[in-house]
Design a protein around this ligand. Structure first.
Ligand SMILES: C[S@@+](CC[C@H](N)C(=O)[O-])C[C@H]1O[C@@H](n2cnc3c(N)ncnc32)[C@H](O)[C@@H]1O
Length: 233
């Protein structure tokens, strides 16, 4: 007790003050960083990066009339809805496990967003990207945005194959994620593997050179390695 009183007088107080000051500055910087990221990314902000990415991915999705598309890890339903609008005569399905790290996303939010956009050809259900609850070759198109890198796995290429499993022969895929080596290992060899299996027009397109994201944005928003895997089965 007495030692503590002594420590807090003079030098001790200065040390505590400096620590408090450093923590306050760090907290303020982190808050500012998160605010700027939210503003750049959100649909409501000036930059609307999220909208650019979603519309960019949806632009690759062509579904024949009467066909079906799947959005894996649909979150708030943005990509499902964008693809549904571009393919009005197809049925779009968004699946997500919801309720874990992205607390604001839910099936109800997806349904409300679809209704607000006047979209009637999209449906949403709970599901797990690591084990999709659909038979092989169920969909004419599969898509996803920033999902698999979040899923703890030693083999994320296997997660991609699980999504491609439910794609019909001739169907298109557009999968956007952080395809860095640390998360996915060698993606070029994965591209070659798909080509060797007969997949067509397979490309891994860097989206951080201005396609969706500017190079400096990729760095400060920790999106380096973002790329779009597209092709036809
Ligand atoms: C960064 S958010 C992206 C949401 C949406 N794709 C978008 O572009 O706005 C990642 C989403 O992946 C979902 N997710 C994570 N692991 C999943 C899993 N194993 N199965 C299904 N969804 C998963 C999360 O619930 C979250 O909604």
């Amino acid at each position: 007790m007495f030692g503590c009183t002594n420590l807090l007088s003079g030098k001790g107080k200065t040390v505590l003050f400096v620590i408090f000051l450093i923590l306050t500055v760090v907290l303020a910087l982190v808050t500012l960083w998160m605010f700027l990221m939210y503003r750049a990314f959100s649909y409501g902000g000036k930059r609307q990066m999220s909208r650019q990415i979603i519309e960019g991915i949806a632009g690759y999705i062509r579904i024949p009339d009467g066909g079906k598309g799947l959005d894996v890890g649909c979150g708030s339903g943005a990509l499902t809805i964008a693809a549904a609008k571009r393919n009005p005569n197809a049925s779009l399905y968004g699946i997500d496990r919801w309720g874990k790290e992205y607390a604001s996303f839910s099936k109800t939010l997806c349904e409300n967003n679809a209704a607000a956009e006047g979209v009637t050809n999209a449906a949403f259900q709970k599901g797990d990207a690591t084990r999709l609850d659909f038979p092989d070759e169920s969909f004419d198109a599969v898509m996803s945005n920033y999902v698999y890198h979040n899923i703890p796995s030693k083999d994320r290429q296997a997660l991609l194959l699980e999504t491609l499993r439910v794609l019909k022969k001739g169907g298109t895929f557009a999968i956007h994620d952080i395809f860095s080596k640390s998360k996915y290992d060698d993606m070029q060899s994965f591209v070659e593997k798909l080509r060797a299996q007969g997949y067509e027009q397979v490309e891994l397109i860097d989206t951080t050179t201005g396609k969706f994201i500017q190079p400096f944005e990729a760095v400060w928003m920790e999106l380096s390695g973002s790329a779009l895997l597209v092709g036809r089965k």
